[in-house]
Design a binder for this molecule. Structure first.
Ligand code: TA6
Length: 304
């Protein structure tokens, strides 16, 4: 588990009652954030944001009621970091889906109370012999999160080697919704997509996305904001992104959710993944000495 103990984390990075570190399960440490704008929690494993709830709002980031906190296993929900590949590894079936970044401990490197009252925290992914076996390249990965009335996340890859590296990355975010059957997702109309449910058949989106079955789509060549409209909760979640050329929309629906086993009873009805991604045709090549920063800004708007 994390090389940084909870005591060390609180001593070096704690901020009053606003940012504290705690153990929530055997070997599973989290940062707990409570400021004037929001409440949130982030697992040290995977630098995985688990919850984000702006004041006087329902949760925006969904954490499965059946989530399991097991070292080395990705927690169901929140914002899993997919890196340095998205989905199945291109050639090694034994390598973990979505890369290894989300299942190993990161290090906290900084924390700050901003003038706005938001809380900023930074993590870095330490390289180990195990990661080098799957990813023998010199590079650094950081995640910076600013948690306030909006949620801003930067996932920064730095190529510290002497050869170009090609990565797939994503913020695989689970959003909380009143009932997935009653929402609509706008912004991807006209975009081409690969439909994983139909063997990655290439299709084109017509109009907004509605969900009444398993949906697992990689939208390509799109930099558009995605808007998750939730009339029952009279709100819109805006997903604004930078340096991401693809977006995945996923809901497992009933059968897949039961197979996953950690979605909670009918949990699939209360979530939808809208994942800001670089995958498929849109993977990113980072030149030696250069950086790539995938950035998202999540915000809420009222629906009239
Ligand atoms: O992003 C969609 C997806 O690739 C789905 O195909 C499904 O596998 C989902 O990610 C969850 O993957 P996980 O490895 O977290 O169970």
């Amino acid at each position: 588990m994390s090389a940084q103990s909870v005591a060390t984390l609180n001593e070096k990075f704690g901020i009053g009652t606003e940012l504290r570190f705690a153990t929530v399960a055997d070997g599973f440490n989290v940062a707990v954030i409570t400021n004037s704008h929001a409440a949130a929690s982030i697992a040290i494993q995977g630098a995985q944001i688990l919850t984000w709830t702006p004041r006087r709002e329902k949760p925006v980031i969904w954490l499965s009621p059946g989530a399991k906190f097991v070292v080395g296993k990705s927690v169901r929900g929140g914002v899993p970091v997919c890196w340095p590949w998205f989905g199945a590894h291109a050639s090694e079936a034994s390598f973990p889906a979505h890369g290894f970044a989300r299942t190993i401990p990161w290090e906290v490197t900084a924390s700050q109370r901003l003038k706005s009252g938001a809380t900023k925290i930074a993590f870095r992914l330490p390289q180990t012999d195990a990661t080098r076996k799957q990813w023998p390249h010199s590079c650094e990965l950081e995640l910076h999160a600013t948690l306030g009335s909006t949620l801003d996340i930067d996932l920064i890859t730095r190529n510290t080697g002497s050869a170009p590296i090609t990565i797939g990355d994503a913020l695989h975010t689970y959003f909380a919704v009143s009932d997935v059957r009653d929402i609509s997702i706008h912004g991807l109309g006209g975009a081409p997509y690969l439909d994983k449910v139909e063997d990655f058949k290439r299709k084109q989106q017509v109009g907004p996305i509605t969900i009444n079955q398993e949906v697992d789509r990689l939208y390509l060549d799109t930099t558009a904001d995605c808007l998750i409209d939730d009339p029952r909760w009279a709100r819109r979640i805006r997903v604004h992104k930078h340096h991401s050329r693809s977006t995945v929309v996923w809901n497992p629906w009933l059968a897949k959710a039961e197979k996953l086993g950690d979605m909670g009873p009918n949990g699939y009805l209360n979530m939808v993944c809208v994942e800001s991604t670089n995958a498929g045709d849109d993977v990113v090549t980072v030149a030696p000495g250069a950086s790539h920063a995938l950035r998202v800004e999540y915000s809420l708007e009222r629906l009239r």
